[in-house]
Design a binder for this molecule. Sequence first.
Ligand code: ATP
Length: 345
Amino acid sequence: MPLHSLLYIVHYELCIIKIMAKIKTIGVLTSGGDSPGMNAAIRAVTRAAISHEFNVKGIYRGYRGLVENEIVDFHAEDVSNIIHRGGTILRTARCKEFTTPEGRKKAYDNICKHGIDALVVIGGDGTLTGAKQFASEFDIPIVGIPGTIDNDLYGTDHTIGYDTALNTIMWCVDRIRDTANSHERLFFIEVMGREASFLALYGAIAGGAEAAIVPEISLEQDQLAQLIEHGFRTTKKSSIVLVAENPVTGGAMQLAERVRKEYPQYDVRVTILGHLQRGGSPTAQDRILASRMGATAIEALVEGQRNVMIGDDDEQMIYVPFSKAIKYEKAIDRHLLETIARLSK
Ligand code: ATP
């Protein structure tokens, strides 16, 4: 090996040793909406950190636990038998106080009190926004793991919990289809996703629905009127339409009300899946994603990374700067709507 390559490797190893000497204790928290697979991520972060001889602190109820000092020692056995469980053993919360400079100062004081040198935060867009803000004010390395059923974070193909939620939606659509078909009814099924339409769009494909009504398109055209105009499924009397919960789409209730008024020939019903979509044992895909991301988050800290989210880019684990992950919108593939329409004829 040439001397300069050898020197580079020695230099790199020394840097890592220096960083590892600086980080002794890592805090982990889950924040925002819970998603299936968060427990698998907590397990992976804890076990990977311990394997690098770091101490681990579990922070309860997201940023609220940092502000209110709900922080405990975490050991390998504290994360035993949780990989298959939905929800989060660390609990989660939405914390208004953390959005204020005073709240974040309190959080930092508690971090210092517990000797925490680095943080791993698991959550969605808001959680990463909070992490970016916190890191800009205090000298603490933070690595984010995308945990949300919405799959709305830029820089990662998938977020933890999305696959499980999608499978739950598919399972529900299958069951609603039985009754929709028996009674020859039109069903609007409302799914979560806030600003993002991934659950509605992919749920519609997986469930064989007739259409997905999503805010990106509703903004530009009256999707319901178009659906009615082109006629619901001609070969069958029942129809299933997935609706993204969003003021722009009007939600399933509002759409059904419109159909009752404007197109009384349809026997219309509504199902709002709601929090059902957040629960349940994570799928294999979510457990694997969470395990890989959790382990990679610790590798990132060992390498001296800070203020990055772990992303999944075509099965490769990558580092995405917080600024990128929260700044850009992850666009839907509009061609999929055409596919849904074509396949429902
Ligand atoms: P989900 O996508 O599942 O809703 P999320 O992480 O986006 O998850 P939020 O409630 O938006 O959930 O954010 C979680 C927490 O992050 C908030 O309760 C708040 O404490 C913190 N947070 C969000 N935005 C900011 C901000 N601009 N500054 C500081 N903290 C923030």
